[in-house]
Design a protein around this ligand. Structure first.
Ligand code: FE2
Length: 188
C-alpha cells in the first residue's frame, strides 16, 4: 500500500510489500539516478585532502591524469575512468583499484573497468622494485583485450601525472562529462 502522498511505500518488512510499492520504488530509483554523478564529484573533491607524501595531492593527480587522457584523444568513458581511477583512496588506499572499478563498472564498457581494476599492476613497473614487489605483474594481463589500453593509461597518463607545473584542467571542466557518463547505468 502507498502512503496518502503516494510518494512512499508503507511496508515495514519486504514480505508485506506489494507490486504497486515496488513499481513506485523502481521509478523513484530511476528518477534519482543523477544523484550518482553528484556523489562522484563530491568524492573527487575529497581527494584534495589526500597527499600521502606525493608531490601533488590526489585531486591534482586525478585531474592531471584525465587531462592527459583528454589531450591524447581518449573517449568519454576513458577520460572519466582516468579521472576516477584513484577515487577509491577516499575510502582506502589498500583496495582502491577495485573500489574504483566497481564504481565505474555499470557505467562504462567492460574493458575500461578491467583496466582500472588492474591499474596498480601496470603502475608497478615504475616503482614496485623499490618496495620489494614484483615490477612485472602487468604481464599477467598480457592476453587481455584491454592490455594496450591499460599500458597507455599507466605509462602515458597516470605515472606521469605528479607534476605541479603541468597545465592541469580543473574539476569544473570535467563536470559535464562526469554527469554524462554517470547519467544512467548500462547494466544493473
Ligand atoms: Fe594514479
Amino acid at each position: 500500500m502507498l502512503s496518502s502522498a503516494s510518494s512512499q511505500a508503507t511496508f515495514t518488512a519486504m514480505d508485506h510489500s506489494t507490486e504497486e510499492e515496488w513499481r513506485l520504488i523502481a521509478s523513484e530509483t530511476v528518477a534519482n539516478w543523477p544523484r550518482v554523478a553528484e556523489q562522484i564529484l563530491s568524492m573527487l573533491a575529497q581527494l584534495e585532502s589526500i597527499t600521502d607524501g606525493f608531490a601533488v595531492n590526489q585531486l591534482v593527480h586525478s585531474l592531471q591524469t584525465a587531462t592527459r587522457a583528454e589531450r591524447d584523444g581518449a573517449d568519454d568513458e576513458v577520460i572519466v575512468a582516468s579521472l576516477c581511477h584513484d577515487i577509491g583512496k577516499v575510502i582506502s588506499v589498500a583496495n582502491h583499484p577495485r573500489i574504483a572499478a566497481e564504481i565505474l563498472r555499470p557505467y562504462v564498457r567492460a574493458e575500461v573497468a578491467s583496466m582500472i581494476e588492474a591499474h596498480q599492476d601496470f603502475q608497478g613497473k615504475h616503482y614496485y622494485s623499490y618496495l620489494g614487489m614484483d615490477p612485472t605483474l602487468r604481464s599477467n594481463h598480457v592476453d587481455a583485450p584491454w592490455y594496450s589500453l591499460a599500458e597507455r593509461f599507466a605509462d602515458d597518463w597516470d605515472q606521469t601525472s605528479f607534476d605541479p607545473s603541468y597545465d592541469t584542467l580543473p574539476l569544473e571542466h570535467f563536470e559535464p562529462i562526469v554527469r554524462r557518463v554517470f547519467a544512467q547505468p548500462r547494466s544493473m
